[in-house]
Ligand binder design. Sequence first.
Ligand code: COA
Length: 261
Amino acid sequence: MSDLQHIRVEWDDELALVYIDRLDKLNALNAEVIQELGQVFRELRDDDQVRGVILTGSGEKAFVAGADIGELAKMTPMSGVGVSRDGQRIFAEIERYPKPVLAAVGGYALGGGCELALACHLRIASENAKFGLPEVSLGIIPGYGGTLRLARIIGLGRAVEMTLTGATVDAAKAEHIGLVSQVLPREALIEGAKTFMRGITKNGPLAVRAALESIYFALDSPGPDAMSFESALFGLLASTEDMKEGMTAFLEKRSANFKGR
Ligand code: COA
């Protein structure tokens, strides 16, 4: 992995663990962190050994405490558009990633940190996690796709409430409203994240990728186009060794050994 100041990557077999590592600022996202995040995700995308990515924050206290307010305070109208677009572009790359991405939220996920978790395909949290979009308390709005993604994930009413009040939501409530799939003690978060992901990576990687592509394509496409795309991917998978292996394994009452071919 090339030179990185604020991101650390660990590997555990087929999983890559990406740590945002800016402890003194509770992992707040400055321009450098955002760029490095894009770089790391691009490099892991091209690594065939990696079948899933867990994104988390360093330290016990925060996933990411937001965009860097020191930087935001200096923005002009035009640079503000640029800041928002840069973040949106990299978060969209994460959302459209061809491998599953799980946010393991161990502490604060506020503002841009909450939006980053929303851009991931899946989220789990520690018991001390706190989610929120406090931007309106700073006189701005979420600018990294949060005004779209939160409503898609938890529904319009709750999303409007969270965005307009800026109030934080604890882990139990986050699970209740469908913002996270699971809540674990802080010390069990990373192992739990790996177990969670292995429930996905044991499946055919080409099928997992096609499922992600179909689901996210449907978000921005008219229904008939999305259905056609789903059919095309469904048919395409019939050409794979993985499909043969998955069905043969079922018929032979054994677990499948997928090769991603
Ligand atoms: N941007 C820049 N710096 C941040 C930051 C952010 N979003 N969030 C935290 N920090 C910095 C603090 O300024 C502090 O730096 P310092 O030690 O140089 O003063 C350091 O991280 C530790 O934060 P601190 O506020 O002392 O920790 P805390 O435990 O008292 O409070 C929070 C934690 C998360 C409640 C508080 O830091 C906070 O409200 N952060 C901003 C959250 C926010 O509004 N995010 C949305 C931004 S769009």
